[in-house]
Design a protein. Structure first.
Length: 276
């Protein structure tokens, strides 16, 4: 098999990898559940390439993410559920339906009007989905209720942001950012009390409340919490790298360095950043 730009050849490759007799033993034994972590990881690697503005890496990572889609579609096809073609048709149907201002007559001429139209169409799709599930005898619906459209499987930080955005649509929200700071201080005090109590479950609960409040302030000041934290992670990597290289120049290992030495080098790294 030779590399090709034809998506059909990629589907053939995936089918060959999953062939029960001649395929790859590792690929053959995989399931939706075992592949799921790789799918999530590849999506994050796409985001990382974008943040680094590395288009060469982005090309490769998008390919890896596409391969995950093909992998899931192949397993679904083997189970008689759906094929890759069904996936393509479903997303095209959805996008055409949600963009009548592009593909049909529509009065939505502004971003705001498009957003209202999008939400209306999604609501109609949600009702149709419920009817399909009822016909199939599926009574439990994890997407039921006003917050049901917020996916539970996404990272908790993102889920918190989406839950808050969703609740804000019906007015369940702070009117301004300042009171949220008071809420954060309140949550800090409750976390202090939990730490003093020595009850791990209480500490975990209060820590979650504090993080949820921090996500809320980020939303109000238009600073995406996920991206803000990623920026801090990058900064931490950079400063810690300064500690590591400085210690190497001093012939001192990370394991042998004292906390005071590392803290001093950390402050030096911060000072260098301010000079740039």
């Amino acid at each position: 098999m030779e590399p090709s730009k034809d998506i059909a050849r990629l589907l053939d490759l995936m089918a060959a990898l999953r062939h029960p007799h001649t395929g790859c033993p590792w690929d053959v034994e995989q399931t939706f559940e075992t592949i799921k972590p790789y799918t999530i990881e590849e999506a994050y690697e796409v985001a990382d390439a974008i943040e680094r503005n590395d288009l060469d890496d982005l090309k490769d990572e998008l390919g890896d993410l596409l391969f995950q889609v093909v992998f899931h579609a192949q397993m679904a096809s083997e189970a008689g559920a759906f094929s890759f073609g069904d996936v393509v048709e479903a997303v095209m149907t959805k996008m055409i339906r949600r963009h009548p201002h592009v593909f049909a007559r529509s009065d939505a001429a502004t971003p705001e009007a498009v957003k209202v139209q999008w939400d209306e169409i999604k609501s109609a799709e949600k009702r149709e989905r419920a009817e399909r599930r009822a016909r199939r005898g599926i009574t439990e619906d994890v997407k039921a209720g006003f917050l049901g459209s917020v996916q539970r499987s996404q990272p908790a930080l993102t889920e918190a942001l989406k839950l808050q955005e969703r609740a804000a649509k019906v007015g369940f929200d702070w009117s301004e950012a300042e009171p949220i700071l008071d809420k954060i201080e309140e949550e800090i005090e409750e976390l202090r009390a939990a730490l003093k109590s020595g009850a791990p479950d209480k500490v975990k609960d209060e820590l979650g409340d504090l993080i949820f409040a921090l996500v809320n302030i980020g939303r109000h000041v238009k600073a995406d919490p996920e991206q803000s934290l990623r920026g801090t992670n990058t900064k931490f990597r950079r400063r810690f790298s300064h500690i590591e290289t400085s210690l190497q120049a001093m012939n001192v290992s990370l394991e042998d360095a004292s906390l005071e030495q590392m803290e001093g080098l950390w402050q030096a790294a911060k000072q260098l950043e301010r000079q740039d």
